[in-house]
Design a protein around this ligand. Structure first.
Ligand code: PGA
Length: 244
């Protein structure tokens, strides 16, 4: 794994956007694996800027997102489809029909999950997957537990995740308790993975990813088995993982 420590969140976003830009320049029809949450928002802002300056063209790009809350429709401002439209897709020259997010309203979730994995495979696999990480080591909604699941699936959110995500809702009761998420096997099939983290509450999880044992108690530790992972963290995490 390649660990890069930069000064702050802005530098994480710049470097991550540049990495994505380089891939698009090499492969104009690349498949981007995208994430929601606070972490990638800065990266998306930079990509929007680059697109406006004609530095990158999204007209042939396809995207697949990691996850979606179960039960929220795409017009719901809390859905991840809405988040992606607002934070990226509405501001770049991508064709919406080339952007894929699991359907949280699917009647048959198992079938939706299978179709989602099939779709990713049909597209030719993910060229670069952007990941944030939960304080508890979750990636996408693969929460710590006794078992990890390979394919896309319906999952229960951990209590700590419900607490963390309640900041986006009016009350904690409103946070969906389940979500449809890409599984770890599908994430691990990505050709390249970029894991972004800032702030001291992510330091413990990141330290385990870099130097801990691979364990389902911290799903992100699985990334140790991937051959092309770059982790970009801020100085706060950099200092904490060196000194502890
Ligand atoms: P965050 O979430 O980017 O909002 O910190 C990351 C995650 O929970 O995966």
């Amino acid at each position: 794994m390649n660990l890069i420590i930069v000064n702050n969140y802005d530098e994480i976003s710049k470097l991550s956007a540049k990495t994505i830009k380089d891939i698009i320049t090499r492969k104009p029809n690349a498949i981007l694996g995208l994430a929601t949450g606070s972490t990638p928002v800065g990266t998306y802002k930079k990509l929007i800027e680059m697109n406006k300056n004609n530095e990158i063209d999204f007209s042939e790009i396809k995207t697949v997102n990691l996850d979606e809350y179960a039960g929220l429709n795409e017009k719901d401002t809390k859905s991840y489809r809405y988040f992606m439209n607002e934070n990226l897709f509405n501001h770049i020259n991508i064709r919406k029909e080339n952007t894929f997010i699991p359907n949280g309203l699917a009647k048959n979730i198992e079938e939706e999950a299978k179709n989602y994995d099939r779709k990713i495979d049909e597209l030719g696999g993910i060229d670069i997957q952007i990941l944030g990480i939960g304080d508890n080591g979750h990636i996408a909604f693969n929460e710590p537990g006794d078992v990890l699941i390979s394919g896309t699936h319906l999952t229960n959110l951990a209590e700590s995740t419900i607490n963390a995500n309640s900041r986006f809702f009016n009350s904690i009761e409103e946070v969906p308790k389940t979500a449809i998420t890409m599984g770890l096997g599908q994430i691990m099939k990505s050709k390249k993975i970029l894991l972004l983290a800032h702030g001291e509450n992510k330091a413990k999880a990141i330290k385990e990813v870099i130097s801990g044992k691979i364990t389902s108690k911290n799903p992100a530790t699985m990334l140790q088995m991937h051959k092309d992972v770059t982790i970009i963290v801020d100085r706060t995490i950099g200092n904490l993982i060196k000194n502890n």
